[in-house]
Design a protein around this ligand. Structure first.
Ligand SMILES: NC(=O)c1ccc[n+]([C@@H]2O[C@H](COP(=O)([O-])OP(=O)(O)OC[C@H]3O[C@@H](n4cnc5c(N)ncnc54)[C@H](OP(=O)(O)O)[C@@H]3O)[C@@H](O)[C@H]2O)c1
Length: 311
């Protein structure tokens, strides 16, 4: 039996060259775990943030570390104490950490969802982090109500594409901010107002916002306080230091995602049935992962980049 497998890992923090395709031991599932044969994995911003050591204080991780935050595949072996999954089951999920860029991965079985019929592995791998993080960050500061004015930075990105749809379905008035090339896309998702961050300053044209979803961070977050309504709030998935950056009379919350297999299963069913749109911008092969991680840092396209392990 072959116990060696390919994985994409970081041995020491650094730039693009710090990521390598290497051979490592295939793991064995322990208590409450299953071994998943990974068929596809999604590329996320956390890959390059860990690579560079940017989040080493928030997430102290032992090196070397295999990157990759979400996967879809098939159960290859079942560890002790797992009764609800069997060898051959199709599963999808967020790692709740990292490790998805390996041909075989052990995962806590309780964090996995069954992949719906009608959703292939590549489409499934685009969903676990972004669809759940968008839903939870949208609801992080409270329930969404009809007429609520919601501004979304990064509306064409992995999270933003879902958040526009969720907010619209809840009856909110949605202000979506994206790049020139993606304006028609965010409009097609139902945004009421579409702003081009490359040619407009949102603070010149928008005010009285009840909720800002900050999927961009940095100076975009700093400029956003002025568009809030008196009791408005900013939820950021990018700036853990949002409280330190917040003016005294304003409300801001940091959001940190966690796997939610029940919510994921529900959202994945909606994608499979076509009632929720999920956009994949590019499908790449395993050897292309290091470059795709770097491109996530330097440039982006609407939707998600997914690794197809069969390529
Ligand atoms: N805290 C958590 O638990 C958590 C969970 C998931 C994700 N995240 C983080 O949340 C962020 C968003 O994730 P994602 O997967 O949606 O990223 P993504 O797919 O890279 O999307 C980011 C989007 O922001 C757009 N953008 C860049 N500058 C902008 C600006 N000034 N104004 C408006 N939009 C702008 C980009 O457009 P262009 O194509 O024009 O560059 C891109 O479409 C990332 O930083 C990610 O690491 C955090």
């Amino acid at each position: 039996m072959n116990t060696i497998q390919r994985a994409v890992l970081v041995r020491a923090y650094g730039g693009a060259a710090a990521v390598e395709v290497a051979e490592i031991q295939k793991p064995t599932p322990e208590q409450s775990q299953v071994l998943v044969r990974v068929r596809a994995a999604g590329v996320n911003g956390i890959d390059w943030k860990v690579r560079e050591g940017n989040v080493r204080n928030a997430f102290p991780l032992p090196l070397p570390i295999v990157l990759g935050a979400e996967l879809a595949g098939v159960v290859d072996a079942v560890g002790p104490g797992v009764s609800h999954l069997q060898v051959g089951d199709r599963v999808m999920g967020a790692m709740g950490g990292l490790g998805a860029y390996a041909e075989f991965v052990t995962v806590n079985a309780a964090t996995l969802s069954r992949t719906p019929e009608g959703l292939d592995d590549v489409r499934a791998a685009a969903v676990p982090v972004a669809a759940v993080a968008a839903w939870k960050s949208l609801h992080h500061a409270g329930s969404i109500y009809p007429g609520q004015r919601i501004l979304i930075h990064g509306a064409a990105g992995g999270l933003g594409g879902y958040a526009v749809q969720y907010a619209k379905r809840a009856g909110a008035e949605v202000f979506a901010i994206a790049g020139t090339a993606d304006l028609d896309y965010v409009r097609s998702l139902g945004a009421d107002y579409v702003l081009d961050y490359q040619s407009q300053r949102f603070e010149d044209v928008v005010r009285d916002i009840d909720l800002v979803l900050d999927y961009v961070g940095g100076e975009v977050l700093d400029r956003s306080w002025q568009v809030l309504e008196q009791n408005g709030v900013i939820v950021s998935t990018v700036s853990p230091d949002i409280l330190a950056r917040k003016p005294a009379n304003r409300r801001g919350l940091w959001f940190m995602n966690k796997p939610d297999p029940e919510l994921l299963e529900k959202l994945a069913e909606e994608i499979a049935s076509g009632t929720l749109q999920s956009k994949i911008s590019e499908v790449i092969g395993f050897a292309d992962i290091p470059e795709a991680i770097e491109r996530n840092r330097t440039a982006s396209r609407a939707g998600k980049v997914v690794v197809d392990f069969s390529r």
